[in-house]
Design a protein around this ligand. Sequence first.
Ligand code: 5MM
Length: 340
Amino acid sequence: MDARSELQATVDALVQAGKGLLAADESGPTIAKRFQRIGVDSNEENRRAWRTLLLSAPGLGDFISGVILYEETLGQRADDGTPLPELAARQGIVPGIKVDKGKLALALAPGDEITEGLDGLAKRLAGYRQQGARFAKWRAVFNVSDSLPGRLAIKANAQALAAYAAICQESGVVPIVEPEVLMDGAHSMERCTEVTEAVLHEVFHALHRHAVVLEHMLLKPSMVLPGKEAGRATPAEVAAQTVQVLKRTVPAAVPGIFFLSGGQTPTEATANLDAMNRIGPFPWRLSFSYGRALQEPPLLAWHGDAANLAQAQRALLQRSRLNAMACLGQYQAALEDATT
Ligand code: 5MM
């Protein structure tokens, strides 16, 4: 298969009606934070057990088309020796890999951050491909205040996202471009709208400059929401505002927009996605690429105890099913009470 057909095949496998992505790519410090909540030590064995539980949930492939993994997981095996990426692939779930190296303070721009990881990326991608990864993810983070993010942070992160996406495509790996406008703070929904629009404009300018093929990439944005300390917006408000920003900034050639949950509760993330899909049709598929909003219920059910495995897998399936319905605009809050 030539490189273009391979990228297209991966996009087709990921972008399916009524399916989304599971983000299970928490770095060391982040997974430690998640485990701390349930009193579980973040050692390699516990991380392997948790991610094996997720990827082996029977029927997960009915709702999940791809999973984003952390580098360590790519090399881990289930108890029977099956490599974890293969466990996903057996369920028809495409394995992907987080390739950024995290964020750090942007020099001479107080309060702003930049994501790093471009050095040696092409070489790393070749290794990840051998381990089964067919797509990648890079996350840029934007803090919000009256003055943040600054122009420099918007431009520098857009540039890095575009350079990453171009390197991925040249390596036969589909890039997911993730610009996250954070919910932290007391900013208004209007301020989030303004920042998200500015960020997405700059990201697509940079992608164009870097000759990234829009048909062979996916976007993973945050929804337009008020800051966490500024109260809540209704799903109808979130949907209207988010869709307006996307229509203004994301070219129709992009096949799929897979939202991050960003600190919303699992039910909020589902209801907001559903509200968007009720006001379609759109040129792109609108779906989910949730981490916390998919993993929180099964994590609380698991508690690090193998005896809770089946119950935790049922909780993951239930959340995945509800989000799959939201992709079709068919979610109903009453379904939250259904037994898992
Ligand atoms: C924003 O985080 C991404 C989506 O997860 P949520 O739905 O929970 O917001 C997630 O893929 C994130 O990029 C990974 O968890 C890696 O995060 P860290 O901070 O560990 O690099």
